[in-house]
Design a protein around this ligand. Structure first.
Ligand code: NAG
Ligand code: NAG
Length: 526
């Protein structure tokens, strides 16, 4: 990087370091019409755009996100709650979003402001509705927290809004109707198209102009690739360019160069791309992989492209074959956390080891996914409210279907997640923590320098993760789409410390009010 750029960047960083800013964001939610793949439909839409507004902040800032719910369409959920995926939410479990774990939903016609101090956390995150399957209808977007002293700063020249790349699956029908069919015991609904940066095509639809990601020859770019998909996985690669992974789900990793990677629902990778190829247009490819054969004629799983456009090249699409073959595909187990590597507790037995076995049943015509024979059902009052207001501190206080484990102070917790019998891949997300993946889907066990992340794919084999109970709060652990069918548990981490003491929850009156307002709603507005 030229010296003058280095000096300018240093100066801008110094100002950033000094001021921990308040970042005010407004989310106006309505049922705007959108057409990301050329098919126009109403959605649950943030500020009139899909994906929703990009949130950007620095690591010591505090986010204040005012959510104004103006949803009116009866074919979709009208109440709302929003999860800020990957943020640790130290002392602010009330702002984490999952309906009936962390809050009551925000009622239509009402507003709520999420106040989230970032406490030095940086990386690539995303947000989405955490009420039922509402996020499928469009309430999803990227959230990037910059670190002025990022350990990988010397590896790239450009890292801004233009280098965020979102991958999404998209449906033409409202989610509640599709969910109902799924819960009657059918396969997961198949999307109509795959989108890169909110743009895609479906079979027989218009030739929507593909998203362009612009680069200048000679510069190095930090692309933040975010899978904001509901169900589909993508195999991401960029024609003619290697990708050096430096961040995984908000955690810096040892640089690792690959030809491409599979990215499951909710996962994120930061990759460095060196624009060192001849000035031209190159395919950015994200073919989707599905867990069962498609019954949706609109979907062409291979037709998920954007264009990497070098300044000076024509505006035309690349003319090369758009093959999705990837050499040197990432194997998750090859990733190593950069800072303070090593699983909590090393390879000694964990303080608390919990086996999780999946099962599936059809009960009275309803599909139920189970963990250890229990299908999760949301309680009437949020877990957090029951802890801080009603003194729920022991496992016996929660109902069986709340499937809540109480975790003690600073315990090393190991989750032994046994794969599903049919080998289908379920991406599991733990709230409130990043965890060490000591046994990934492939490769050997590793306690010394395993990958550290917040979403892990679990297929047919056993996956083992570890985290330390250093963040009191009610934290959900679930598979994305199958959450609706009960594939979830809750960790009530250190309930006594949530109630009082230096790590206790900061509770706002406006948060308490959410429940009385929501409970008074007629069912069709909930
Ligand atoms: C995003 O996640 C979905 C669901 O797991 C997956 O089908 C899709 O392939 C992922 N995208 C990428 C680029 O891997
Ligand atoms: C929670 O469970 C414990 C242990 O069974 C019991 O002593 C206590 O009364 C319960 N608390 C509430 C609020 O139900």
């Amino acid at each position: 990087m030229p010296l003058i750029h280095r000096i300018l960047r240093l100066l801008s960083l110094l100002t950033v370091c000094v001021y921990a800013a308040d970042v005010n964001v407004v989310f106006n939610l309505d049922n705007s019409q959108v057409a990301p793949d050329g098919f126009t439909r109403a959605g649950v839409i943030v500020n009139g755009v899909f994906p929703g507004t990009l949130i950007q902040a620095n690591k010591d800032d505090t986010l204040h996100i005012a959510v104004n719910d103006a949803l009116t369409d009866p074919t979709m959920r009208r109440s709302v709650s929003i999860h800020w995926h990957g943020l640790f939410q130290m002392r602010t479990g009330s702002e984490d979003g999952p309906a009936f774990v962390n809050q009551c939903p925000i009622a239509p016609g009402h507003s709520y402001t999420y106040d989230i101090p970032l406490n030095g956390q940086a990386g690539t995150f995303w947000y989405h509705s955490h009420l039922s399957s509402q996020y499928v209808d469009g309430l999803r977007g990227a959230l990037v927290i910059y670190d002025p002293v990022d350990p990988h700063l010397s590896l790239y020249d450009v890292d801004d809004a233009s280098t965020v790349i979102t991958l999404a699956d998209w449906y033409h029908n409202p989610a509640p109707g599709m969910e109902e069919i799924f819960l009657q015991g059918n396969d997961e609904p198949i999307p109509d198209s795959g989108l890169i940066n909110g743009i895609g095509r479906y079979v027989g639809g218009p030739q929507v102009i593909r998203a362009h990601v612009n680069v200048e020859q000679g510069k190095r770019y930090r692309f933040r690739v975010v899978n904001i998909s509901a169900y589909a996985a993508f195999r991401f690669s960029i024609e003619g360019h290697d990708l050096t992974i430096i961040e995984v789900d908000g955690i810096s990793h040892v640089p690792h160069t690959v030809g491409g990677f599979d990215i499951y629902v909710a996962q994120r990778y930061s990759v460095v791309l060196n624009a060192n190829q001849p000035v031209a247009n190159y395919w950015i490819r994200g073919p989707m992989t599905l867990q069962h054969s498609s019954d949706n004629k609109n979907l062409d799983t291979n037709n998920v492209f954007a264009v990497l456009h070098y300044t000076g090249a024509s505006d035309a699409e690349p003319t090369t074959q758009a093959s999705g073959n990837v050499n040197n595909l990432l194997q998750e187990y090859q990733l190593a956390a950069l800072i303070n590597p090593g699983a909590p507790g090393g390879n000694a037995p964990a303080d608390r080891s919990i086996d999780l076995n999946f099962g599936m049943n059809v009960n009275n015509g309803r599909l139920e996914w189970e963990i250890n024979d229990i299908s999760y059902l949301p309680p009437d009052l949020p877990t957090l409210l029951n802890i801080i207001a009603n003194g729920f501190t022991s496992e016996a206080n929660f109902t069986r279907t709340e499937h809540t484990f109480v975790i003690d102070r600073n315990e090393v917790v190991e989750l032994v997640i046994h794969g599903s019998p049919n080998g289908h891949i379920h991406p599991f997300h733990l709230h409130g923590h990043a965890f060490d993946v000591v046994q990934s889907m492939q490769g050997p066990a590793n306690f010394i320098n395993p990958p550290r992340r917040d979403v892990v794919g679990v297929g047919g084999s056993t996956v083992i993760i570890r985290f330390q109970a250093d963040n009191p709060g009610p934290w959900f652990f679930h598979c994305h789409w199958h959450l609706e069918a009960g594939l979830a548990v809750v960790f009530a981490e250190r309930p006594v410390d949530q109630i009082s003491g230096p790590q206790s929850e900061i509770i706002k009156q406006s948060w308490l009010d959410l429940c009385s307002i929501y409970k008074a709603l007629p069912p069709d507005q909930q």
